[in-house]
Design a protein around this ligand. Structure first.
Ligand code: GDP
Length: 460
């Protein structure tokens, strides 16, 4: 654990690149004294004497050479009302990389250490300002791809999930206390709680846990997006459909570092749910591809997809190439998109194997049916109920802990019903408590922490 007299950390907390302002952030007991060594105010202000939460104009000057490095505004925030609960200083520089790097080098030379990824947030957790699930939501807030996803992350950051988990822990603790009292004083009835009441209370807690687990599939979609492949033979209108979907509601464009343009992903915002369209490059290049290559790409996209949008061209009859693609996507969740409604041909007939699939007729060219398609995608994927209630589990780590807690409570009930030694029931209840505790970080290990915070960027 990092104590209050731990070292002072520093990092560039704004994205690298040209911009109006770039911020160097420091946190720790030496933060103010380090910056005061390199900060020069025209009015002779000494940062060590200023009030907390105040901003000061001046220059960063290299004390060794007297060279002016940048004109800055310095914010001084004293513990405990800060992000980390330690003293925090932020230096607002001009955002050129060289400037930021030189100022960072200086604060490090004068006693700060370069922060590890997520270390500011980790300190906020270790300092007790936020719990673990709140700390984890910071990264979700940063990476949110739709407003709805951002809202969910913010709910978590403000402690909505933590509060629920803590309520469940309190209830379970009560049951545990009653059961353990019975171990200590076996001749008495279980301290005011009948066997039925104990089972009833454990079952109630179990149901609440189950509700949280059930919401995870939706929560995950909000957080990560639903991986979607748009497939169909050449010229059916895949690329037109992609454009129509992206036209109003492009959420974000990401190029995964270190990969070719091949695997570009784009996100479409479907009523707040991010749809992650895979292989958009493949869709756009489809005309240039030989047939075999087209099929190969389709298969690759289908393999990773959680949802397949199968595009058919209603201006001509279905042919063997359509049939082949239809065969290849069997077993996947499919929405049939019948395109080119505006020039539909009488000869077009939907293959029997698709008759029970959700489908919609559209014209990617005129935009007709696009809204219906979006409704269909949303309604066949998500209830929206969990997000609306503001309590949705989005992280695998949390879901796994809930699964284990549920198992433990099932075991507790079974052992209790089967009259096994009461110690066994108590042990299972303790397990349940401990798994719930992992979510909020009441029970944690350095290993878990490292894993969680390594996901963050430096400076956060
Ligand atoms: P892809 O090969 O499946 O990506 O197909 P494209 O999106 O490139 O479309 C092939 C051709 O069909 C283009 O000339 C499009 O303008 C045209 N097209 C796409 N959708 C429609 C539509 O709904 N109606 C009409 N009339 N033409 C369309």
């Amino acid at each position: 654990m990092i104590s209050s007299e731990s070292d002072t950390i520093a990092a560039i907390s704004t994205p690298l690149g040209e911009g109006g302002i770039g911020i160097i952030r420091l946190s720790g007991s030496e933060a103010i004294s380090i910056v005061s060594k390199i900060f020069h105010s025209l009015r002779g202000i000494n940062l060590s004497d200023v009030k907390t939460h105040t901003i000061h104009y001046g220059f960063i000057i290299d004390p060794a050479t007297g060279e002016k490095i940048d004109e800055v505004l310095v914010t001084v925030m004293r513990a405990p009302h800060t992000y980390t609960r330690e003293d925090v200083v932020e230096i607002n520089c001009h955002a050129g990389f060289i400037t930021l790097k030189r100022v960072l080098d200086l604060v490090i030379e004068y006693g700060a250490r370069l922060a590890e990824p997520g270390e500011f947030t980790k300190r906020a957790f270790l300092g007790g300002r936020i719990d673990l699930s709140q700390a984890e939501s910071v990264i979700d807030l940063i990476r949110a791809k739709t407003e709805q996803a951002q809202k969910i992350a913010l709910e978590h950051l403000s402690g909505r999930l933590s509060q629920k988990i803590n309520e469940l822990r309190d209830s379970l603790m009560m049951v545990c206390a009653h059961v353990e009292a019975y171990i200590d004083f076996p001749e008495e009835e279980i301290d005011g709680m009948t066997a039925e009441e104990i089972i009833g209370e454990i079952s109630r807690i179990k149901n609440e846990i189950k509700y949280l687990i059930d919401g995870y599939e939706e929560g995950k979609i909000y957080r990560e997006g639903l991986t979607t492949a748009i497939v169909g033979k050449p010229n059916v209108g895949k690329s037109s459909l992609l454009n129509a979907l992206l036209m109003k509601d492009r959420a974000i464009v990401t190029e995964i570092p270190g990969t070719t343009r091949d695997i570009i992903e784009e996100y479409v915002n479907i009523k707040g749910m991010p749809l992650k369209i895979v292989d958009t490059a493949g869709i756009r290049q489809a005309h240039d591809l030989v047939e075999a290559e087209g099929i190969k790409r389709t298969l690759r996209a289908v393999e990773v997809a959680e949802l397949v949008l199968l595009v058919l061209d209603s201006s001509r009859p279905i042919n063997s190439l359509d049939e082949e693609i239809i065969n290849r996507i069997s077993g996947k969740k499919v929405i049939v998109v019948i395109n080119k409604k505006d020039i539909k041909n009488k000869e077009f007939q939907l293959p029997e194997s698709l008759e029970d699939k959700p489908m919609v007729e559209i014209s990617a060219l005129t935009g007709e049916g696009i809204e219906e398609l979006k409704e269909l995608i949303f309604n066949t994927t998500i209830t929206g109920r969990y997000a609306q209630e503001g309590l949705v589990v989005t992280k695998l780590r949390h879901k796994q802990a809930l699964d284990k807690a549920l198992d433990a409570l099932n075991n507790a009930i079974n052992s209790f019903k089967e009259n096994e030694p009461i110690e066994i029931t108590a042990m299972f209840l303790r397990d349940g408590l401990s798994f719930l505790g992992q979510i909020v970080g009441a029970v944690t290990t350095e290993e878990i922490l490292d894993l969680i915070f390594s996901e963050f960027c430096i400076g956060k």
